[in-house]
Design a protein around this ligand. Structure first.
Ligand code: HEM
Length: 82
């Protein structure tokens, strides 16, 4: 698999996990405010999901940042060029 495909796969997984984290975050806010379950999930259940998705997303971001590091360095050079 070439690097563009590796980047695309990783970014797509990252986006999917991010949508999951967003969903859980909204759920936690909702259950905190109303005391009602969110899509059938109680607050402790949402926390359980968050405790899996959160570290997973952090790990994916570390890999994502590592494989995009070269691109980021080139952008910084352009940004800081006088
Ligand atoms: C929802 C989470 C994210 C998604 C879906 C995402 C998606 C993408 C995509 C599609 C690219 C183009 C290259 C590629 O496909 O690898 C990219 C580039 C990049 N991403 Fe992310 N990203 C996310 C989060 C982050 C985070 C949290 C960081 C920093 C810690 C980051 C740092 C970068 C860097 C440095 C690049 C290189 C190009 C640039 O600087 O704009 N990304 N990202």
């Amino acid at each position: 698999m070439n690097m563009v495909k590796v980047r695309a796969v990783l970014s797509t997984v990252l986006l999917a996990v991010f949508i999951g984290v967003l969903f859980v975050t909204i759920g936690v806010l909702y259950t905190t405010k109303t005391g009602h379950p969110f899509f059938g999930m109680t607050k402790p259940q949402l926390f359980k999901v968050r405790n899996i998705l959160g570290p997973l997303m952090n790990a994916l971001i570390i890999v994502h940042l590592a494989i995009n590091w070269g691109m980021y360095k080139r952008e910084l050079k352009v940004l800081l060029r006088k």
